[in-house]
Design a protein around this ligand. Sequence first.
Ligand code: HAS
Length: 580
Amino acid sequence: MKVDKTIRNIIVAEIVFPILLLVFGIYHGLMQVLYRAGVIKDMSVGGIEYYQGLTLHGVINAIVFTTILIVAFGNIVFLYYLKKPLRPAVQWLSLILMFGGTLMAAWAMFTKKANVLYTFYPPLLAHWTFYLGAALLIIGSIIPLFFDWLPNYLAWKRENPGQKVPLAVYGILVNHIMWVIMVVPVVIEVLFQLLPLSLGLVQEINPSLARTLFWAFGHPVVYFWLLPAYTFLYTVLPNIVTGEGKLYSDGAARLAFILFLIFSFPVGLHHQFTEPGITNNYKLIHALFTFGVAVPSMLTAFTVASSLEYSIKSKYPEVKDSLFYWWTKIPYISLEGNKWLVSYFMAGLFLFFVGGITGIINASYNMNQVVHNTSFVPGHFHTTVGGLVTLVFLGMSLYFLSQLTGKEVRFKGLAVLAPWLWWQGMLIFEYAMSVAGMHGFPRRTNTGISYLNPESPLYRPEWVGYAELSVFAGVLIVIGFVFWAVSFFGTLLSPAVREADLEIPTAQAYHDEQMPALQKLAPWVVFSSLLFLISYIPPLYDVMKRGVFHDSPGYNDKNPAPITKPQTAKEDEKKTAEVK
Ligand code: HAS
């Protein structure tokens, strides 16, 4: 389909901008493994400090890269499947807010004013531009939903009464509705706690409350990253695996999206199992719901595997009766047509299998005590957000870039090898980090100058081998990324060879169930919001007993003295003045 030039340019910018930033993000990932293994024995390299680099790595890769690309993918999906134009004014506003907000936060991070990591836990305090920048990014990412996607969706429903909205639209819509719900707590945290403290309007805040609000956003956000990848797994992968394959069950895919809508929210306390001040009963309830949120992923594993099996067996009758031999017919490495994209999906799925297992270990209340705050946790999330999500996003970005610019994918050979190098690197990284984590290797620590430094009294030789293995893994991952980047930027800089034309290979459903209960989203949205509230009111009450603006002054990562005045100091001064 033809796409209006302005909209096309906006979407291409929404793909290229986060990817340019990702180059920095990946560079700081490499720096991390080098610091942590002691290859770099310092607190900074090239003027960028350890925690500054780690903040850039997390914020760019996990927050900026994902959010802006998800908006780009959403625009593409709504445009293509509903065949309704997007409004340039809405898209410009969204782009300006997202890019402006990102640059504002980037300024704070690059000038060392926001060494607070991507979770920005208080009492660590950043410059107000960091928080405001993040808020603008979020607002910009929501605007298309309200002013383009929802109006187009409702118009489509009116024009097609009783029909199911295309599956990709359904997935992206559920995901963005989840996004709107999940940002509420983090916006409250930013507006009513972090910004006032950062602007000096208050002297202290309650970190337990802030962390609880953050994680009420921080776990659902992982599904906000995941669901666009699942959307393409359901719609694109089954088709391209043979060129004419089918999705095994449309109903199962829709059910998975609704289960995410229900279970993504009442789970955030699984990040706070070890924190005092929150009732244990609710921690347990959140642990149980976390097992619930693994169910739609298991459903997805089943549906995707069945789709692959059905599609392969329909195309190659010689493997029709085989139990496993049909696996060999999957085009893991192929340059034919769109099949190069299959490698991104398959490498991602293989990583996600491991990410799922480690996630369930994390979620198991008592096992979490062993792995919490160790390198096990980064091991887990590099196979989820750093695995399936990133690989699908990289593959689809390259595909859409080529479609929207009318350029051929260049260096296809490198583009096909890239995900497999990434996969191998991440798998080794995950192994090293998980096993070391089970031996207590901490996360978020410059271990090269402490625990892994033979001259330090803290030296722990048993972690050395794993840290060195993670360097090897990091190098493989970076080589994979370079292969992909050569193809991406090679494509971007090459001349157009045809008219820009957007086509998304889409699988028809083998079982195309109606499932009327899943057609109306509103009741599920209400139910999920209520469950979110119920699961959070008691824990929020627990952590709010000391108020919003009490407990701790602000700190930075440089020295142990507070950077805002503790409340008690103010009270002491008042008392002294009264005595005088
Ligand atoms: Fe997680 C921490 C639990 C999924 C991301 N997670 C994190 C953090 C991040 C993150 C970033 O309960 C760190 C936050 C921080 O900085 O502190 N996570 C889970 C659970 C799941 C899970 C139970 N996480 C994700 C996803 C993420 C993500 C998805 C990003 C996109 N996670 C936790 C917990 C913590 C945590 C605790 C806190 C730890 C702590 O103590 O701090 C589940 O949703 C996972 C379910 C997944 C599955 C796998 C299904 C398998 C599939 C592949 C099948 C393969 C096929 C191939 C089909 C059940 C779909 C077939 C091939 C053929 C050839 C046929």
